[in-house]
Ligand binder design. Structure first.
Ligand SMILES: [Zn+2]
Length: 394
């Protein structure tokens, strides 16, 4: 398996574009839109509120009865403070731990997959496969999967019903059929300040926050003790974690404000919405006593992100297709969140499969080996050559 110069060139071009989540991704989206336009393919763009970022959705093989989505996110994490030995936007090809590799931010996570998919647009267009290929590239995945929700809503509104979805996150080209969800929240606690000698006349925001934090800890220990195991994950039960806690201004002032942020990583068989309801209900149970002292005291919750867990199946036709195209017999689970759960929840059978390893993602000197890219290219070529799929169009 060798990698074609065109596929590598596309991957490099995308890596050279700075699409850190906080920035616009329009340079990249327009580049892909223009490439597809030259092939006569129209792209659907859906924008964020300020129109600085867009999702792109395009269909190669319009009119065919069903379609398979190749999905990727266009944004990357930043590299501030990381110790890189090269420019993260250089898209350098050089020898690495896994042989010749493409270096740069987003090389593994996940611009190479997008570049290689786009570089095969013409083959998909000319393919005699009985299904269309949809390209679905989103913004703001790394900060909470916000873009793809708009993209999926647009498909629903336009009555586009894809059959299946392949999310090209780095799994070393092994089809992945499950991951946990990531649900993050912020809780602001309002109390009432007082001189610390007069605590009965105050509401201590830190202490109230700490009770909820303690509840989160208890829930986490409960999952570890009692939750039915989901074998295959490094941590085979749901977890809770408080990541930040701020509050207080001085030793002798009862704090009026406290704030903490926490997350649930729920098993595909668990229910994060229920976990969050339990936390909110517990906080609400503390409020009457707080409000007796200060009517304005209480808890406020804010959602930071809700990325649902994903549970596919090894028997899903799209999983079997991914196995066939990669030559992999087995499947795997991944520890990170992806957009897969959102596609699955929209009724689209989904698998996660892409080049490179999550171990290189978000790291300094991020890379993906050319051998992995060659496997990804073989995957795309196999997909274009596929003549039948063993499940009927939806
Ligand atoms: Zn990613």
């Amino acid at each position: 398996m060798t990698l074609s110069p065109q596929a590598l060139e596309f991957a490099q071009t995308l890596v050279r574009m700075n699409t850190v989540s906080q920035n616009s991704n329009l340079e990249l989206i327009h580049f892909i839109r223009d490439h597809l336009a030259r092939l006569g393919v129209k792209s659907r763009l859906t924008f964020n509120d300020s129109k600085t970022k867009a999702n792109l959705f395009a269909t190669l093989g319009e009119g065919k009865p069903a379609g398979i989505i190749l999905s990727g996110h266009t944004d990357t994490v930043p590299w501030d403070g990381q110790d890189w030995s090269m420019d993260p936007l250089s898209a350098l090809v050089k020898d690495g731990p896994e042989g010749p590799s493409l270096y740069g931010r987003g090389s593994a996570d996940m611009k190479a997959f997008i570049g290689i998919a786009v570089s095969h647009a013409e083959q998909f267009l000319n393919s005699e496969a009985p299904f269309a290929i949809h390209l679905a590239f989103s913004y703001d995945e790394e900060v909470g999967c916000f873009g793809v929700k708009e993209l999926i809503a647009d498909l629903r509104d336009a009555n586009i019903q894809p059959l299946a979805c392949i999310v090209g996150e780095p799994t070393s080209m092994v089809p992945a059929i499950a991951h946990k969800g990531v649900y993050r929240y912020k809780c602001c606690v309002r109390g009432k300040e007082a001189h610390s000698s007069l605590t009965p006349h105050s509401v201590n925001a830190i202490e109230m926050a700490a009770r909820v934090v303690g509840r989160l800890r208890d829930m986490g220990e409960g999952f570890e003790r009692e939750e039915p195991r989901f074998e295959g994950f490094d941590v085979p039960f749901s977890t809770t974690s408080v990541g930040q806690f701020h509050g207080g201004i001085a030793d002798n002032v009862v704090p009026r404000d406290a704030e903490f942020r926490y997350e649930f990583r729920d098993l595909p068989t668990a229910n994060a919405a229920q976990m969050q309801s339990e936390v909110v209900a517990y906080a609400k149970s503390l409020e009457p006593a707080m409000k007796k002292v200060a009517p304005a005291a209480g808890f406020e919750f804010e959602t930071i992100c809700e990325i649902p867990s994903f549970l596919g199946s090894k028997d899903d036709p799209v999983t079997r297709l991914a196995q066939e195209l990669t030559g992999e017999q087995g499947t795997t689970l991944v520890a990170f969140g992806t957009e897969a759960g959102l596609f699955k929840n929209a009724g689209i059978s989904t698998v996660v499969c892409g080049p490179g390893s999550i171990r290189q993602a978000h790291q300094p000197d991020e890379y993906v080996s050319l051998a992995q890219l060659a496997r990804c290219e073989a995957f795309m070529q196999g997909l274009a050559r596929t003549r039948s799929i063993d499940w009927p169009p939806a």
